[in-house]
Design a protein around this ligand. Structure first.
Ligand code: ZN
Length: 470
């Protein structure tokens, strides 16, 4: 059996053939640390953490690098606004990233390099690009990469140079020889942090950091480069051009990109202002619902984020957790099941789904089937012998994807919650009888008690403070 993944560079599903047998070297572009991460930032972190867990489950040793961009215009602006050092902004949001990662059960990569720890190596790389004729120093001390000097430019994103010229995404500057060129090094502006270089004081451009840090930690050519699809152009195209111009070797063998999170019709992005922070989402819907939301659709497709969709995910996640908890409460020390035909078959189905371009929706559907079977068998009063295999494989599959992991506890239902549920049942009866006056009186009374009522096509949902319940 072989693992297939869609390689953005070719647009095709390709068999994963690693450079070194049994080892996967993987680089994932990480966040620019100037704010708390939002659900859009969490998608690549959750998806590629799950993919790495799957590779490990299949026996690979995975060496994973995820960077922190800790110097950038946005970080500098934030620091100026607060009147603090840029480093303190970066340190704060790296620490806060770890809090969110912990809450979502995202494992740390093997290396989390920070741009500012690699400035010397970046200067060395820029120097080499200048001496090889791929880059030039502008009048003010900026250094630019000459896009037209690199023949394969556009290969990854499938863009032709002519298309790029008409594209509006290129930063216009009179310092560039060609408007397509991009900055490798930015000369210092008043009030900005800077480092000494052969071209005067300045700081690294964005793209060069990933080229340099991946080369230092994974080598000139490595297996998989991953990130959000919004990074394909220009970020990944530029990384590839710089790296291949530097080493004369291919950069990444495979490129994997996740689709965007769409909310209110747009990509979730800080600059658009439609973001939902990870910690808000975890507080409101719970970790399991958020992870299920991020993994129950194929990683390459865009997914819509809305209150209703998240509440549906919460409902679905609750079913699985309740079923597993029900078994574990009854059997705190379950016996080891005998490996039977059913277990082997389920395992094969699970692996087949994930080997086919990491089809998590198909794999998660199997966990739902197992949880349902487990619950049904418990209703039917079957003995432990009949139950334990469902429980074990559901737990194993969950651990592979980092979802429904052991110890997932649901929020305790309080007596007050039960009373609200009962009152809502009465309101529902009034609504059925079309006695809307009475139904509305009940709703108003609940609203006065800080309980918000949401009537949705799937039924009535309610929330108290920030918690949502079905
Ligand atoms: Zn990058």
């Amino acid at each position: 059996m072989a693992i297939y993944i869609t390689n953005t560079a070719t647009g095709k599903k390709e068999e994963l053939k690693t450079i070194e047998p049994g080892v996967v070297k993987m680089y994932v572009c990480g966040p620019t640390v100037y704010n708390y991460i939002h659900v859009g930032n969490a998608r690549p972190a959750v998806v590629f953490d799950a993919f790495r867990r799957f590779l490990e489950y299949r026996g690979y040793k995975v060496i994973m690098v995820q960077n922190f961009t800790d110097i950038d215009d946005k970080i500098i602006n934030e620091a100026n606004e607060w009147g603090v050092d840029f480093k303190d902004v970066a340190d704060t949001f790296i620490a806060e990233y770890w809090r969110d990662a912990q809450n979502l059960g995202i494992r740390a990569a093997n290396f989390h390099p920070r741009t500012t720890d690699y400035v010397n190596e970046i200067i060395e790389a820029v120097n080499k690009l200048i001496s090889k004729g791929y880059a030039y120093v502008a009048d003010n001390g900026d250094v630019y990469f000459s896009v037209r000097k690199f023949e394969k430019y556009g290969e990854l994103s499938g863009k032709k140079i002519e298309e790029l010229i008409s594209g509006a995404r290129v930063e216009v500057s009179s310092l560039k020889k060609d408007q397509l060129d991009f900055a490798l090094w930015k000369a210092v502006k008043p009030g900005e942090p800077s480092w000494e270089s052969p071209w005067g004081c300045g700081r690294p451009g964005w793209h060069i950091e990933c080229s340099v840090m991946s080369q230092k930690l994974l080598g000139d050519t490595f297996d998989i480069h991953a990130g959000g699809e919004d990074l394909i152009f220009p970020h990944h195209e530029d990384e590839k051009a710089q790296s291949e111009a530097l080493t004369d070797k291919p950069f990444a063998k495979y490129w994997m990109h996740n689709g965007m999170i769409i909310t209110r019709g747009d990509k979730m992005s800080k600059s658009i202002g439609n973001v939902f922070l990870v910690r808000e989402a975890v507080k409101r819907y719970g970790k399991e619902a958020l992870k299920l939301f991020l993994l129950s659709k194929h990683y390459r497709t865009p997914i819509e984020f809305s209150d209703n969709i998240l509440l549906d995910n919460k409902k679905a996640a609750t079913k699985v957790i309740k079923s597993l908890n029900r078994f574990e409460e009854k059997y705190p020390y379950p016996l080891v099941p005998k490996r039977d035909h059913y277990m082997v078959e389920m395992e094969q189905k699970f692996i087949e789904a994930l080997e086919d371009d990491f089809n998590t929706p198909k794999a998660i559907a199997l966990i739902f089937d197992l949880a349902k079977e487990l619950n049904k068998s418990m209703d039917e009063g079957k003995d432990e012998e009949a139950l334990k295999r469902y429980h074990l494989i559901a737990r194993v599959f969950g651990n592979v994807l980092g979802i429904f992991e052991g110890g997932s506890k649901l929020k305790e239902e309080t007596n007050e919650d039960k009373i609200i549920e009962e009152i809502l049942k009465v309101r529902q009866e009034f609504r059925k009888e079309k006695n809307y006056t009475a139904a509305d009186k009940i709703r108003d009374a609940l609203v006065r008690s800080n309980v918000k009522i949401l009537d949705t096509p799937e039924g009535t949902k309610w929330e108290k403070n920030t918690e949502v319940n079905e």
